[in-house]
Design a protein around this ligand. Structure first.
Ligand code: HEM
Length: 491
């Protein structure tokens, strides 16, 4: 009997010891947690977060807490205690320590729909390898030698169909999707891409809902659509495997994956491509729409931009003549507009990570397993870093002006090992889109402008505008026959 009781007593004593140790550790940590409040049990401050972003104020949730507690504070949102940072140095520390002290952490709804082989979910050395492969396919020399022609041609094709009243956000999404499909697997827009897009939009809707198939029709629909998109992409991958066995190579991302010597499975390639479609879609299309909105509200900037682009067109012998890399490089003011739009209205307000160990920073401790949110937007809109930070002012980026922008106060594309591999591509797409839009059309908002300053990814606002062809753009019935035809690969 005694031999049975002794281990029980020992177990009891160690349980008490563990409990006391945990409690004292938590107390110790609590003393060093960043200031803030965890809000209500379970709900935390999630409701305050959601309702704050229904107002016109760009950063109400963070502004209020930074004012009260300072740039690093504790809260409890989406079911977890979370440390928010509006401090540029802390944000940089979080970005640079990806994989060492922090790891990326996405909600369940997103991980299930992306697929486990998505770049966004990969970790460690595989992530490193795949990140650099993605970078190598969207870098400046690939864009210059290969992608620019397609970007220009597909944007022109889309703009051709604009008449009277359009929903700019929808047009931008269509353009972005078509461009990504072209870049990934060389398909030009057609019936197949349109069918794929319809299913794809359902997948995207699933990202912003509770991942509970029993309760959410949107999520169930998204899962079904994901299966259909994956099936369609798998067929393409198989087809391309056969072609590459016959030495027929295409110069696109799928070609690069097949030729990389990594023997990726169909599933791995499909997850990987789907993630690229997702990552550039809402981000690039929102920034295209908001650039037009801010320009519309800042007539002087719009006039200067038009002047820059009319000058480029004036050097061409034909209105349809494609843009060259040197044209892109000459768009100095356009780059100011791009920078400023990304600063004031980036749809990616910041990034979530999870602490892999207890982390000490600026005198506080972030406990192991806690979530952190590095807010880029709070830094971008802080008057300590940008004068009149909440005003759209593209001139602040001109070389001689007062702008202060050391690396860590301007991070629209993140940084560190997960730096956005599409950063250059997104800039080129936006610049070409602005070029074609301002040289071809003038426009005004079709109704009272209801596009909120910082739309959420689920925005229903589509920014309707009335467009009119500019006389000087001399529309022509002829199609420009030139360099782009050489690169055209039609399905
Ligand atoms: C204005 C447009 C865009 C913005 C503002 C943007 C922003 C970002 C940001 C902030 C991140 C970092 C996420 C993190 O650290 O967790 C990121 C990652 C990523 N972006 Fe973009 N992005 C844009 C366009 C694109 C495009 C066009 C592509 C397509 C190639 C793309 C592909 C990706 C991918 C694959 C990742 C994940 C990288 C990784 O986890 O290693 N993005 N983007």
């Amino acid at each position: 009997m005694a031999s049975f009781i002794t281990p029980l007593i020992l177990l009891f004593i160690s349980a008490i010891f563990l409990f006391l140790h945990r409690r004292s550790r938590y107390r110790r940590l609590r003393l060093r947690l960043p200031p803030g409040t965890l809000g209500l049990p379970f709900a935390g401050e999630t409701l305050q977060l959601i309702s704050a972003y229904k107002t016109d104020n760009p950063e109400p949730f963070i502004d209020h807490r930074v004012h009260r507690y300072g740039p690093i504070f504790t809260t409890h949102v989406f079911g977890e205690p979370t440390v928010f940072s509006a401090d540029p140095e802390t944000n940089r520390f979080i970005l640079l320590n990806e994989g060492k002290l922090f790891e990326c952490s996405y909600p369940g709804s997103i991980s299930n729909l992306l697929g486990k082989h998505s770049l966004l979910l990969m970790k460690g050395s595989l992530h490193k390898k795949m990140h650099s492969l993605t970078m190598s396919f969207a870098n400046s020399s690939i864009i210059k030698d290969h992608l620019l022609v397609d970007i220009d041609r597909l944007i022109r094709l889309n703009l051709d169909s604009w008449s009277d009243r359009i929903f700019l956000m929808e047009e931008a999404k269509k353009i972005t999707f078509e461009l990504t499909v072209k870049q990934l697997m060389s398909f030009d827009p057609g019936e197949w891409t349109e069918t794929l897009r319809k299913e794809y939009v359902l997948v995207i809707e699933g990202f912003f809902t509770l991942p509970l198939p029993l309760f959410s029709t949107t999520y169930r629909r998204a899962i079904k659509a994901r299966t259909k998109v994956a099936e369609a992409l798998t067929l393409i991958v198989r087809e391309r495997r056969k072609e590459s066995a016959k030495e027929e190579k295409k110069n696109d991302m799928l070609g690069a994956l097949l030729a990389s010597g990594n023997n990726f499975s169909d599933e791995e390639i499909v997850d990987f491509m789907l993630a690229l479609l997702v990552a550039g879609y809402e981000t690039t299309s929102t920034i295209m729409t908001l650039a037009v909105k801010f320009l519309t509200e800042t007539p002087l900037a719009l006039a200067q931009l038009k002047e820059e682009h009319d000058l480029i067109r004036a050097k061409k012998s034909h209105p349809e003549e494609p843009l060259e890399w040197t044209d892109y490089k000459s768009m100095a003011f356009t780059q100011c507009v791009v920078n400023e739009t990304l600063r004031v209205a980036n749809i990616i307000g910041g990034i979530f990570r999870r602490a892999m160990t207890d982390i000490n920073i600026k005198g506080y401790t972030i406990p192991k397993g806690w979530r952190v949110f590095a807010s880029f937007r709070a830094v971008h809109l802080n008057p300590d870093h940008y004068k009149d930070a909440r005003t759209f002012n593209p001139w602040r980026w001109q070389s001689n002006s007062e702008t202060t922008s050391p690396g860590n106060v301007y991070t629209p594309f993140g940084g560190g090992p997960r730096l956005c591999p599409g950063y250059e591509l997104a800039r080129v797409v936006l610049s070409v889109f602005l070029h074609r839009t301002v040289t071809r059309y003038s426009w005004f908002p079709a109704e009272e402008d209801k596009l909120v300053f910082f739309p959420t990814t689920r925005t229903q606002k589509r920014y309707p505008i009335i467009v009119k062809r500019r006389e000087e753009s001399r529309p022509s019935n002829q199609t420009w026959k030139g360099k782009e035809e050489e690169s055209e690969i039609v399905d």
